[in-house]
Ligand binder design. Structure first.
Ligand SMILES: C[C@H](O)CC(=O)SCCNC(=O)CCNC(=O)[C@H](O)C(C)(C)COP(=O)(O)OP(=O)(O)OC[C@H]1O[C@@H](n2cnc3c(N)ncnc32)[C@H](O)[C@@H]1OP(=O)(O)O
Ligand SMILES: NC(=O)c1ccc[n+]([C@@H]2O[C@H](COP(=O)([O-])OP(=O)(O)OC[C@H]3O[C@@H](n4cnc5c(N)ncnc54)[C@H](O)[C@@H]3O)[C@@H](O)[C@H]2O)c1
Length: 308
């Protein structure tokens, strides 16, 4: 099996030894970045969380703290003091910075969870490639973009992979680990091991649009929009139907608001450019209207539903 991976991924002369990831730099302190930071810090990793401003970072730390308190409410139900100690201990493992370049200088892994835009992700990694140590692995949490395309902005193709987490990160057990044809076996192994250290179950994916979960999930969500747009079911009824009839924890409209409608639109618009005639990626007027109005889901207080 290892030999198979070696053939598939190839070896570059600059391939590094498997990296034991102790320090992680996470770029983007939004829904995903703060969740990943929380889980990494909870499992004993030292984390630097980076975003564009101190104000956003304060909000990210508040989100982590709130989520940790939800965890300890259950984990330490009978021992609130031990729970508080745990929260403070985990928070000590998280530092913040608005300077990605300096944060990347002493780290084993740079994982980005910024906006779902190829050019913005490439610009970030191209900048950090010049500053991060040689052994540092770069990874993207992209939902839909090609890892090879993002990696092409750097000179460390063998030390670049996909690490795709699910929302809410503290609760969702899966991580999709994606190696490209240039990712070294050592890098792939490091990312698999890191995912396991976080208490997650990793699966290996090819560098194809949406990997496994989103390639199946996003067309299903879009089909729900079209069903509703044709007048064949209210949002509420579609959500109830999929929860009670198919056993999903959230219906497609609730889940869309949870993921973020901007993220879903970025995914669909990108895939439509790649495959314009595929009906699975046909535009939804309702989605486009909500995004244009800034109604991006739970994170803005309104999407398909209102949360205020
Ligand atoms: C698009 C991307 O690329 C890929 C993706 O991420 S696709 C999206 C994948 N995610 C999903 O499909 C999520 C589907 N939804 C679910 O699994 C569940 O609804 C859920 C886990 C989010 C919430 O669970 P549910 O039982 O429905 O509701 P809820 O009562 O809010 O939560 C139950 C408990 O879970 C825990 N919990 C939920 N969210 C949490 C969080 N962010 N942090 C910590 N604990 C949390 C808490 O213990 C909570 O209890 P509490 O309310 O007393 O604190
Ligand atoms: N929302 C989901 O359910 C989900 C699940 C898996 C993967 N993803 C992917 O994760 C990434 C982030 O998604 P999210 O939902 O956390 O988005 P979000 O909007 O909640 O957070 C993005 C954060 O990145 C910051 N940011 C943007 N550009 C930056 C830059 N150049 N440098 C530093 N910070 C920057 C923003 O200020 C914001 O805080 C996207 O690629 C998305 O496709 C999202």
């Amino acid at each position: 099996m290892a030999f198979f991976h070696q053939i598939c991924r190839g070896f570059s002369s600059s391939a590094v030894r498997a990296v034991v990831i102790k320090h992680v730099t996470i770029i983007g302190g939004g829904q995903m970045g703060s969740g990943i930071a929380q889980v990494a810090a909870s499992t004993g990793h030292s984390v630097t969380l980076v975003d564009t401003s101190e104000d956003i970072l304060k909000k990210s730390v508040k989100t982590i703290e709130g989520s940790l308190r939800r965890v300890v409410k259950k984990k330490f139900a009978d021992k609130p003091e031990a729970g508080e100690e745990y929260v403070q201990k985990v928070l000590k493992n998280v530092s913040t910075s608005s300077d990605a370049g300096s944060a990347a200088q002493g780290t084993d892994l740079v994982l980005e969870a910024i906006v779902e835009n190829l050019q913005v992700k490439q610009d970030l990694f191209s900048h950090l490639d010049k500053l991060a140590p040689a052994h540092t692995i770069f990874a993207s949490n992209t939902s839909s973009l090609s890892i090879s395309d993002i990696a092409s902005s750097t000179s460390r193709l063998d030390r670049f992979g996909g690490l795709h987490f699910f929302n809410p990160v503290p609760m969702m057990k899966l991580v999709e680990v994606c190696g490209t044809s240039a990712t070294s076996q050592e890098t792939f192994d490091s990312l698999m091991n890191f995912s396991k250290e976080l208490g997650k179950t990793p699966v290996s994916c090819k560098d194809t649009p949406g990997f496994i979960v989103n390639r199946l999930l996003v067309p299903y969500i879009l089909e729900a929009y079209h069903l509703h747009e044709r007048g064949h079911g209210s949002k509420e009824d579609v959500d109830i139907a999929m929860k009670l009839g198919a056993g999903y924890p959230m219906g497609p409209f609730e889940l869309s608001d949870y993921i973020g409608l901007d993220t879903i639109k970025f995914i669909l618009d990108g895939w439509r450019v790649m495959d314009p005639n595929n009906p699975s990626f046909a535009p939804s007027e309702l989605l486009n209207k909500l995004v244009a109005e800034g109604k991006l889901g739970k994170k803005t207080g309104e999407g398909f539903y209102k949360y205020k």
